[in-house]
Design a protein around this ligand. Structure first.
Ligand SMILES: Cc1cc2nc3c(=O)[nH]c(=O)nc-3n(C[C@H](O)[C@H](O)[C@H](O)COP(=O)(O)OP(=O)(O)OC[C@H]3O[C@@H](n4cnc5c(N)ncnc54)[C@H](O)[C@@H]3O)c2cc1C
Length: 140
């Protein structure tokens, strides 16, 4: 096959894949909104200060990643809803707790949605039962 034709086919496939990914994300977002996730908790990829702050990369080991969006979760229900919508609409959902992974695993990749668990940082201690319930966003 001629080289320029091969090149055009690759570009076409990339465009189709990008558009499918965008559709999946739109459906995923509608699913979140329909199930009660407040719009302000969904921060889509953009050059907004909020996205830039959420997507801060302190690790320099691998190239920066730009997930499709961040969902700022507030409780178990919002996590469950996000995972369910991700599964239903085939969008990769990645949890981020402290965000200290050296390998940047908590950023997922450019086609994932990151669940930012940072607000779920409560620590409840039941001394009599010697049991502590620690939110995934609690930092040392
Ligand atoms: C300075 C420094 C020192 C370190 N020292 C050590 C050490 O001594 N020993 C050691 O073992 N590690 C060490 N680490 C590595 C780090 O502690 C681990 O990578 C740890 O997983 C980070 O926790 P985190 O909550 O920040 O995870 P994140 O970076 O938020 O996530 C790490 C991975 O776990 C997933 N994940 C996050 N939260 C959840 C959740 N609630 N449920 C399911 N999956 C989840 C993420 O998607 C990601 O794949 C060190 C890191 C740093 C920066």
């Amino acid at each position: 096959m001629e080289r320029s034709l091969q090149f055009r086919i690759v570009i076409l496939l990339l465009c189709i894949s990008e558009s499918l990914q965008e559709n999946k994300f739109r459906e995923f977002k509608s699913c979140l909104l329909e199930r009660g996730i407040e719009p302000g908790r969904i921060v889509e990829r953009s050059d907004s200060n909020e996205y830039i702050a959420l997507n801060f990369h302190w690790q320099l080991k691998r190239p920066d990643i730009f997930p499709l969006a961040y969902v700022i979760t507030k409780d178990e229900d919002s996590v469950a809803t996000s995972v369910a919508c991700g599964t239903e609409h085939k969008v990769r959902v990645v949890p981020r707790s402290g965000g200290h992974s050296f390998e940047k695993y908590s950023f997922g990749d450019n086609s994932s949605v990151v669940l930012d668990l940072g607000n779920m940082n409560s620590i409840d201690l039941d001394k009599s039962a010697s049991v502590a319930a620690i939110g995934p966003g609690a930092l040392v």
